[in-house]
Design a protein around this ligand. Sequence first.
Ligand SMILES: Cc1cc2nc3c(=O)[nH]c(=O)nc-3n(C[C@H](O)[C@H](O)[C@H](O)COP(=O)(O)OP(=O)(O)OC[C@H]3O[C@@H](n4cnc5c(N)ncnc54)[C@H](O)[C@@H]3O)c2cc1C
Length: 417
Amino acid sequence: MSNLDSPMFETKAWRLTEQQEELTTRARTLGQAKFADRAEKWDTQATFPTDNYKDMYDAGLMGICIPKQHGGEGADLLTYALTSAEIGRYCGATALTFNMHVSSCAWSGRLADDLDMDEATRALHDARRGVHYKRILETGAIYAQPFSEGGAAAAGKQAFETIAKRVEGGWIINGKKIFASLAGHANYYGALCTEITDENQTPSRANTMYLAVPAAAEGVSVEGPWDPVGMRGTVSRTLIFKDVFVDDNAPLMPSGVYFQAAKRWPHMFMTLTPTYMGLAQAAYDFTVKYLRGEIEGTGPVKRRQFATKQLAVAQMRIMLDQTKAIWFQAMSEACANPSKDQLLRAWSAQYTTMENANEIAQLAIRTCGGQSMLKTFPLERMYRDTRCGSLMLPWTAELCQNMLGKGALYERGESDE
Ligand SMILES: Cc1cc2nc3c(=O)[nH]c(=O)nc-3n(C[C@H](O)[C@H](O)[C@H](O)COP(=O)(O)OP(=O)(O)OC[C@H]3O[C@@H](n4cnc5c(N)ncnc54)[C@H](O)[C@@H]3O)c2cc1C
């Protein structure tokens, strides 16, 4: 494509691999050529970006985190994050929902490979995940990731109230998930549930199951309205599971492995940030173009000659560079059993990305002025979309601060008693 936007992360400067350069270029080309123009429609109508998903499938992006031996791209977390950020630049709702789909593959893929399982469990897991991957690669299946319930479970503080009762040949699921992005549009819902094997068992976080529920299964329904301030194209409505049977191939992770992942592979929760990293870049890019008189419908008036605008853009650029630096660093050190310093930095990076994306969008509107908040331009959508980032569990902005403060002042097991 001619006139392709510059990459968010230049290959030479950020020492990208060949694969990272190739995938990010693929995503940016698609985003700029197709997603940017369509974004207004999904936002205005609060409808799911189905056309974008067809294009991502055709471009081979839906299997980005499926391991190579299963036919995917085998991307690691950083590679996925860089690619997804390029999508977020052009359509926040597409990138955020893409994250839910890709996490289903990344968590069951590379991440699970780093966790402890005995040989038989690992072999069973590999066979089961192969079923999910085949659906994605061969039939274009889309996976969602509903785990929020409105209680303390999504923050990792208590067991999920959605129950998966073990029965002959599978599980029976009952429960409710709120804010289920892709509701009514995914083919499978990767739901976190608490497994119960006998009636008298007390629900425990250690028994969390990650099960793919077919959208077409009997007992699955989508309810409630969806008319939020931002990220409107995610269609994150409420999901109800009423006596839904899923078979033995449903697990995306074996019993107990999600609990292990949440403890030992905490960067898994950073997958929500690439969307917002991309939006931060987009708000900055818009501002530069606007002040140079290069946005269609606002020119040829230039505003860059005013010292006030130069200072404001400098402030945005500093914030963007700070965000990119810590985000890239934290993403690149994602691994099993991170050190305490790495974990604290992951929380700092999550907080910084989610809060700064909205702050940069806010500065962009203030700097460009009144015309820039008209709905004819994408900036006001970026402002609304970025407002959502710091609300997303389990690492909301305030929970990151809480964990950071506590983590900085206390060593494991320490108390003031
Ligand atoms: C656009 C969008 C898309 C989303 N998509 C999905 C999705 O696909 N799947 C999904 O599972 N979820 C999704 N979510 C849900 C999201 O992660 C939250 O669960 C949801 O926003 C509900 O938040 P709440 O503020 O009502 O949560 P509440 O549980 O009411 O929490 C309120 C606040 O209290 C704080 N808090 C919560 N627990 C504790 C605690 N134990 N200690 C101290 N503070 C606490 C948190 O900071 C939180 O912000 C989405 C949200 C948005 C905005």
